[in-house]
Design a protein around this ligand. Structure first.
Ligand code: VTB
Length: 358
């Protein structure tokens, strides 16, 4: 946690109102006051739920239609519209792309009313565009909000990643160790054999060697076609998800969003940007990356306190998708806060469809 973190500074003050003479002394009433910036942060926890809910509903309306561009645009439009209303002075640092290639929610775009805390915003309005277009499990709308200047400004390149959930001693995993060493270390820490470990990996040809190496240890490989933000989050609840470790190369923006989630719920993650061409190195340099080979930990990617929210678009193992029932639209959201580690699961029934601009 940073020095100037928004850590809860709840002040318990005893009411000093004069007591009427002659009355029995009542127990002093404890008034809880919350510093103004903390109040806003607490309010934002619920406000950002609205943002991912709107994006999810707009994308879900078009799911299964096969058009990736359309579903993505619907989510981006809706998310941007909601973000504008937030009482923040926000800057998109992880968004739809660099300014010249993304008309909306581009990196550097200012969002919010301008009145409120200075915050960095990371968004993936539709994580799993293909999943949504094909109506397959696991598409989500997601956002992270952090103190201004504390999120890694990652270009939209690939990122090597390894992650485990909370409860392990520090330093159990190492991005640069071979898979069998990481699996053995996690198994040892968990008190099980490597055969009892499951590793989640994106199903891509680039992972053929990794998948073979993991299987060689006797550990199980669980493959996903997309959606590695949820993939990383799955490691935080191995008993429920059956996933112990996330490994492989995915998108850097998704890596920062996943790091924000783990910052809230605990866990370990190490990453490195894949800057293997002159063009990607140039883009990274333009975004302020001084050390291209740097191995990032969670606290390097999210250097301060943050909030993370995700709403299901299609039903997956983390969240149920949007349900349309005539009058009512149901959404499921998870929202987390690093200052307290609180995780809320919010099931919402929406009745006023006009607000969605569907
Ligand atoms: C992952 C995954 C995303 O991109 O980051 C992946 O989480 C990486 O890129 O859902 P490739 O598809 O090129 O492998 C997605 O699949 C799509 O954004």
């Amino acid at each position: 946690m940073t020095k100037d973190s928004l850590a809860p500074k709840l002040k318990r003050s005893i009411s000093s109102a004069a007591e009427p003479p002659g009355r029995n002394r009542a127990a002093p009433t404890a008034a809880i006051t919350v510093e103004p910036e903390l109040l806003i942060e607490r309010i934002l926890t619920l406000e950002i739920v609205r943002v991912t809910e709107r994006a999810a509903v707009s994308a879900a309306r078009l799911r299964g239609g096969g058009n990736e561009v359309e579903v993505d645009r619907a989510a981006v439009d809706a998310m941007r519209r909601e973000l504008k209303k937030l009482p923040i002075n926000g800057t998109v640092v992880i968004g739809e792309g660099e300014r010249d290639e993304a008309p909306m929610l581009f990196i550097g775009e200012k969002v919010g009313t301008g009145n409120g805390p200075k915050v960095d915003i990371a968004v993936d309005p539709l994580e799993g565009t293909t999943l949504c277009a094909k109506n397959m499990p696991g598409a989500i709308a997601t956002i992270a909000v952090a103190e201004g200047g504390t999120l890694l400004n990652a270009p939209d390149v690939y990122m090597e990643k390894i992650a485990i959930g909370p409860g392990y001693p520090p330093g159990v995993i190492d991005l640069d160790a071979p898979p069998h060493e990481n699996i053995a270390a996690v198994a040892r820490a968990k008190g099980v054999q490597p055969t009892a470990i499951t590793v989640l990996i994106l199903d891509r040809p680039r992972h053929a060697g990794l998948i073979a190496a993991v299987r060689h240890t006797g550990a199980a490989v669980s493959l996903i076609t997309d959606g590695d933000i949820a993939g990383v989050i799955h490691t935080a609840q191995p008993n429920a998800t059956g996933i112990d470790i996330y490994m492989g190369i995915g998108g850097a923006p998704e890596g920062v969003l996943a790091a924000a989630a783990l910052r809230c719920i605990g866990g370990q993650m190490q990453t490195r940007l894949v800057l293997d061409t002159a063009e990607t190195r140039k883009r990274a340099a333009e975004m302020g990356i001084r050390n291209p080979g740097k191995k990032y930990r969670i606290e390097d990617m999210v250097r301060g306190d943050c909030l993370f929210a995700a709403t299901g678009v299609t039903t997956g193992s983390m969240l149920r998708g949007v349900r349309f029932h005539g009058e009512v639209i149901d959404t499921d959201t998870v929202v987390m806060r690093s200052t307290t580690g609180t995780v809320r699961r919010i099931e919402t029934e929406h009745r006023q469809h006009a607000k969605f601009n569907l």
